[in-house]
Design a binder for this molecule. Structure first.
Ligand SMILES: NC(=O)c1ccc[n+]([C@@H]2O[C@H](COP(=O)([O-])OP(=O)(O)OC[C@H]3O[C@@H](n4cnc5c(N)ncnc54)[C@H](O)[C@@H]3O)[C@@H](O)[C@H]2O)c1
Length: 260
């Protein structure tokens, strides 16, 4: 790792990543740390958060693990207070924690709908509110959208609605936070191979993961799914000064899926 060097993109910065115990969030936490940031690894699963923090420490990066549920305002306030005590500020917040939810409007369960909206949308609001109490002017908030917020995905009603709301919220936050020079952008990944996606891929293949994968890849002009690190690269770009004139932007990172 190259952390600690003055030339690193996030040297001296403090970054908070939610849902950083797995998948895209873990990749981003590792990448931010490699670029010199002190990273707060937040996840609802304490042991998963600790695992990512340990991986960062093993590579000489700086990280703390915090167990918190993004649907709890109190837990998030406590978490951000701890980040303040340990690292002295917050420069970057990556609202990555999210869950998907399957089912068309005809069959979707009300409880699944609520859970999907609560974690993806309200979680983004609550984590942002808690972090903003401490965030320095000039910071960066990155929200996790999805191609599902831009085009309809069969049988994913709640997930599409939730990610569409995250995109709208991003634009709104960009306006309100511009006077503080806090930039707010949203990444819309296409399918990235992570634990979150396995049930969806399996369902698409009628129970067969490989068949589901093959079917999904057909939707990607680039001929493959994404890797978590490829989303982490975009998050790093949005986190650092290289994207200084970008706010309210919607960055599709989807191998051309929504270009057709
Ligand atoms: N994988 C994809 O193809 C894909 C595509 C587009 C968008 N996304 C979005 O990217 C984000 C990360 O997805 P992933 O594929 O890395 O998923 P993942 O399941 O691998 O990781 C998500 C992490 O979030 C944590 N989490 C879940 N609920 C939480 C809560 N209430 N509070 C705190 N942490 C919680 C989980 O414990 C897990 O560690 C999600 O917002 C997802 O919707 C994923």
């Amino acid at each position: 790792m190259t952390n600690g060097h003055h030339g690193s993109a996030l040297f001296g910065k403090v970054a908070v990543v939610t849902g950083a115990g797995s998948g895209i969030g873990a990749a981003a936490a590792l990448r931010f740390a490699a670029e010199g940031a002190s990273v707060a690894v937040i996840d609802i699963r304490a042991e998963a958060a600790q695992e990512t923090a340990d991986r960062i420490a093993k590579e000489q990066g700086q990280a703390i693990a915090i167990a918190a549920d993004v649907s709890s305002a109190a837990a998030l306030e406590e978490a951000m207070d701890r980040v303040m005590r340990e690292f002295g500020g917050i420069d970057v917040l990556y609202n990555n924690a999210g869950v998907d939810s399957s089912g068309s409007v005809s069959v979707a369960e009300e409880a699944d709908w609520d859970r999907c909206m609560t974690i993806n949308v309200k979680g983004t609001f609550l984590a942002s509110r808690a972090a903003l109490r401490h965030m320095d002017d000039g910071g960066s908030i990155i929200n996790q959208g999805s191609v599902a917020g831009l085009v309809g995905i069969p049988n994913f009603a709640a997930y599409c609605a939730a990610k569409g709301a995250v995109i709208a919220l991003t634009r709104q936050m960009a306006i309100d936070l511009a006077p503080r020079r806090i930039r707010v952008n949203v990444i819309c990944p296409g399918t990235v191979y992570t634990p979150l996606m396995e049930p969806m891929l399996r369902a698409r293949g009628d129970g067969d993961l490989e068949a589901g994968l093959a079917k999904t890849i057909l939707k990607y002009p680039i001929g493959r799914l994404g890797a978590p690190e490829e989303i982490a690269n975009v998050a790093l770009f949005l986190a650092c000064g290289q994207s200084s004139f970008m706010t309210g932007s919607v960055l599709t990172t989807d191998g051309g899926m929504t270009a057709q």
